[in-house]
Design a binder for this molecule. Structure first.
Ligand SMILES: Cc1ncc(C[n+]2csc(CCOP(=O)(O)OP(=O)(O)O)c2C)c(N)n1
Ligand SMILES: *[C@@H]1O[C@H](CO)[C@@H](O)[C@H](O)[C@H]1NC(C)=O
Ligand SMILES: *[C@@H]1O[C@H](CO)[C@@H](O)[C@H](O)[C@H]1NC(C)=O
Ligand SMILES: *[C@@H]1O[C@H](CO)[C@@H](O)[C@H](O)[C@H]1NC(C)=O
Ligand SMILES: [Mg+2]
Length: 437
């Protein structure tokens, strides 16, 4: 059992050095967060365990067990090389396993079509011809679930199957058909498991051993029909969400990054096609609303060369709105689309009740008040496509050096079709009878 993060509590100067070094090396080795708590009266005290000059620090790299790796690759190659139409699916743990590149190299080498689980969007390039979109059961990209679920073998790299990613436990997958690759473990066809095998090493070695097989991709190409376009809006017709996202799609490039908040934005942003180099972040494991405002602040600070485009629902924004203040203080030039549908629409589709309606705020008024004449900020409200187009032109033109906050007013029941389907299935799973004791 590997814990999710470690906490170092430094209460004595004597063990400070060891606790801090252990925490930092764990952070680097595991690619996981660590928390270091230090009593406030300790930092000023000199202590001989801290040398004046920094001592060079190096970490021994993690290594796969050679025999285990060989056995796992052998078994996986045998299993996949006899499959008729194999596919690959990337999961969110590709990131902590530092295996995103190895995953793509394997996909390139074997010719299998590849997809991502929703929480892995952004970890692999989408402009590759063999990329077939998001595998998310009944709410997958069109033609993706059909190809994955009908395959006779699939390799999942770093998946997390939970109620949300499995659409209320409704995926049609069979363990017998799967190779599940976790950061340090490989399980083949619900049978042999190989431990101490690093995902990155496994995928790289497997790439050398797989026969090229593009049957599933050819099948996909034969049946593929491009998706429809939103119905054209009438002049000054109230703005529809599908029209909004058509315009957001057109803003994306290698110089942008998308941050998607929990809510209907999960589904609308998931459908965006990311051009080469376009960043993408969202958070499905906990789905904590309000996450995106802080994530927007952090991303813009860490990656100043990209313009962040954030899609945030009104309900979520109310949780962490004050982070806009720090964005302005740090002169960030993010574009925030505040999608005001008057409530917790995603929750309405899971379980409706009067508590899903929230107090309406004057969101642009709030941001203007935070701005208070200090820093570069531009806000506007849009209610139709004409106003949206003008706002986007301004945000990417005259106001490209400003934080641009665009409040988009839409109907409370204007949702993606994916949310309706996903909500019904999650609702059914949430309402299932408890297991007998
Ligand atoms: C911290 C936290 N509180 C409550 C929830 C439950 N919850 C999930 S989505 C949601 C509403 C999101 O509303 P909004 O941001 O307006 O999105 P949309 O209307 O587009 O669905 C709530 C309350 C949660 N996920 N996290
Ligand atoms: C895929 O693999 C199957 C099983 O080995 C084989 O019959 C088929 O010809 C391969 N297809 C392609 C296009 O390589
Ligand atoms: C895809 O190709 C394989 C091999 O030719 C075939 O068995 C299968 O039925 C085809 N069609 C689909 C939709 O999978
Ligand atoms: C909302 O705030 C804007 C911008 O600060 C302001 O112009 C507008 O009058 C406010 N709306 C209402 C209804 O008070
Ligand atoms: Mg909302």
């Amino acid at each position: 059992m590997v814990c999710q993060f470690i906490v170092a509590v430094v209460n004595n100067i004597e063990d400070a050095h060891e606790l801090i070094d252990t925490a930092i090396s764990t952070c680097l080795k595991e690619s996981k967060p660590v928390y270091i708590s230090i009593s406030c009266n300790l930092p000023g005290i000199p202590h001989p365990t801290f040398s004046r000059e920094p001592v060079p620090f190096s970490l021994s790299p993690r290594l796969s067990n050679k025999m285990g790796l060989e056995a796992a690759v052998e078994a996986a190659a045998e299993f996949l090389n006899k499959a008729v139409k194999p596919v690959m699916v990337g999961g969110p743990k590709l990131r902590v396993a530092n295996a995103c590149d190895a995953f793509v190299e394997l996909a390139d080498a074997c010719g299998y079509p590849f997809a991502v689980m929703p929480s892995a969007k952004g970890l692999v390039p989408e402009h590759k011809p063999h990329f077939i979109g998001t595998f998310w059961g009944a709410v997958s990209t069109a033609f993706c679930a059909e190809i994955v679920e009908s395959a006779d073998a699939y390799l999942f790299a770093g998946p997390i199957f939970n109620d949300y990613s499995s659409v209320g436990y409704s995926l049609l997958l069979k363990k017998e058909k799967a190779i599940i690759v976790q950061p340090e473990r490989v399980v083949i066809s619900n049978g042999p498991a190989f431990g101490c095998v690093l995902m990155k090493d496994f995928l790289r070695e497997l790439a050398k051993r797989l026969k090229h097989n593009n049957t599933a991709y050819e099948n996909y190409s034969r049946i593929f029909v491009p998706e429809g376009k939103p119905v054209k809006a009438e002049p000054r017709e109230p703005l529809r969400v599908n029209v909004l996202f058509k315009h957001i799609q057109d803003m994306l490039s290698g110089e942008t990054a998308v941050i998607a908040e929990t809510g209907d934005s999960w589904f609308n942003c998931q459908k965006l096609k990311l051009p080469k180099g376009c960043g993408y972040e969202f958070q499905m494991q906990y789905g904590s609303i309000g996450w995106s405002v802080g994530a927007t602040l952090g991303y813009a600070q860490a990656v100043p060369e990209k313009r962040v485009i954030s899609c945030i629902g009104d309900g979520s924004f109310q949780v962490t709105a004050q982070d806009v203040s720090t964005m302005l203080r740090n002169e960030q030039k993010t574009i925030i689309f505040l999608i005001n549908n008057g409530g917790y629409t995603i929750e309405v589709e899971i379980h409706d009740g009067p508590y899903n309606v929230i107090k309406n705020w004057n969101y642009t008024g709030l941001v203007d008040a935070i701005h208070n004449g200090e820093g570069k900020c531009w806000t506007t409200k849009v209610t139709c496509e004409e106003e949206l187009v003008e706002a986007i032109q301004t945000a990417t033109g005259d106001k490209k050096d400003c934080l641009c906050f665009i409040e988009v007013i839409v109907h409370k029941d204007d949702t993606s079709k994916e949310l309706l389907e996903w909500g019904s299935r999650v609702c059914a799973a949430n309402g299932r009878p408890p297991n007998p004791q």
